[in-house]
Design a protein around this ligand. Structure first.
Ligand code: AMP
Length: 407
């Protein structure tokens, strides 16, 4: 087994890693760190939860160590590494990792994202940071008002590049790339290697090494995947009863649309559930507050959209519920990857209405996973449209009902 010491990282970084209790590098760290230290461009296929943040933050800090200085002069702290990420939550998480891993080095890191006032970010940028983590739109705002100079960037990271493309950030990325030197080291991380990602890699990376950890679209064997057929009109009531019947400490519920997240949150609240919602229409303060309440265990249920939940690092969730199947089957893989982490068992339950057969077929085709089907007594829908091979293995389940949900 390789150790962190085998990776030849600076002793200050090894101390920080040790203090976190990491005993050995994860596969993405073991494979990526040596290449990054050699200055190579890298195309990494890895999802959140694999340790990919440390896989780029540690070697970047090692490479920037010669520039680390306690000098207060802003001129001594130009942006040397730029990390672009799609969501504010992910940006904050990466910045927290930078603070953790860099605590013994006088390297500065900072984070900018939209939805919050500009002035505190401007102050931080004017004081100077070596490592800047940013969402694309807000970075361009700062570049436009000349509070940030990117002409000394020598390392660029595109994190969750697939999601950045999905969210329409391509034009912003191109504008940012025009502001940084072409002579640089570039690292691109993506959960999937789709055609557009390969094209992006071809345009922006120079002779990259490819590092791939979990196979594409592989779902985790520790997760018990269950389909619960339900009539569309009774989805909410079933969800409420299910949450009451099972004794999961915490549950993450995924919905497809922001508006549904709000409605469902209100409904669950009215039915006595301790629930928070997290989606793109909430401002940053509300999102941070919701996430903190969920992480602290004050809220038992979090209702989330895919984009808002992307990159959230929530430890050991016992259950994920798909309130409805996602339109993109790859989101199904991401969603259920939130449970069953680090060897623990997890439940992933999808409520599926008869009009969702197309989405169900796509999920089955992509994951090839074992899905069991459980028909909740009292909620049986018409099963005619469901695939026969699933229905033939169906079991009926009784939900212990502690008072019925009122709609
Ligand atoms: P990431 O995929 O970067 O979001 O990391 C997922 C989680 O794994 C974070 O909570 C990290 O603190 C943790 N982690 C990262 N590297 C290691 C490691 N080598 N050993 C144990 N945990 C780690």
């Amino acid at each position: 087994m390789p150790t962190f010491a085998d990776l030849n990282l600076a002793p200050e970084l090894l101390r920080a890693v040790e203090a976190e209790g990491y005993t050995e590098p994860t596969p993405i760290q073991e494979q990526a760190i040596p290449h990054v230290l050699q200055g190579r461009d890298l195309l990494g296929a890895a999802q959140t939860g694999t340790g990919k943040t440390a896989a780029f933050v540690l070697p970047i800090m090692h490479l920037l160590k010669p520039f680390a200085t306690p000098s207060p002069s802003p001129a001594r702290h130009p942006v040397r590494a730029l990390v672009l990420t799609p969501t504010r939550e992910l940006a904050v998480q990466i910045s927290e990792s930078c603070a953790t891993y860099g605590k013994h080095l006088p390297l500065r890191s900072g984070v900018v994202y939209g939805g919050v006032p500009m002035p505190p970010q401007q102050k931080m940028l004017l004081a100077g940071v070596e490592i800047l983590i940013a969402t694309p739109g807000r970075l361009l705002d700062h570049a436009g008002s000349k509070t940030v100079n990117l002409s000394q960037v020598s390392i660029l990271v595109l994190d969750e590049a697939d999601r950045m493309l999905d969210m329409g950030f391509m034009p912003d990325l191109k504008r940012i790339l025009a502001l940084i030197p072409t002579k640089r080291q570039s690292l691109l991380f993506s959960a999937t290697f789709s055609e557009p990602i390969r094209a992006l890699a071809h345009d922006f990376l120079r002779d990259p090494v490819t590092v791939e950890v979990a196979r594409r679209n592989q779902t985790n064997d520790n997760v018990r995947q269950v389909i619960m057929p339900v009539d569309d009109r009774r989805r909410r009531a079933l969800l409420s009863d299910l949450l009451k019947a099972r004794d999961w400490d915490q549950t993450l519920v995924f919905v497809n649309r922001k508006i549904e997240a709000n409605r469902l949150g209100d409904f669950l609240h009215r039915n006595g559930h301790n629930v928070v919602e997290i989606h793109g229409d909430k401002d940053q303060k509300q999102r941070n507050k919701a996430l903190a309440a969920f992480k602290a265990g004050e809220a038992r249920v979090m209702v989330a959209t895919d984009v808002a939940a992307r990159g959230l690092d929530i430890e050991a969730l016992p259950a994920v519920i798909n309130y409805e199947l996602p339109f993109d089957p790859e989101d199904y893989v991401h969603r259920i990857g939130r449970t069953g982490r680090a060897g623990a068992l997890g439940d992933a339950i999808s409520l599926v209405a008869p009009d969702e057969m197309e989405k169900l077929t796509l999920v089955r085709k992509l994951t090839k996973a074992q899905l069991s089907i459980e028909i909740p007594i009292g909620y049986e829908p018409i099963l005619l449209d469901f695939p026969r091979d699933l229905i033939s293995k169906a079991t009926m389940v009784r939900l212990r009902q502690i008072g019925r949900a009122h709609v």
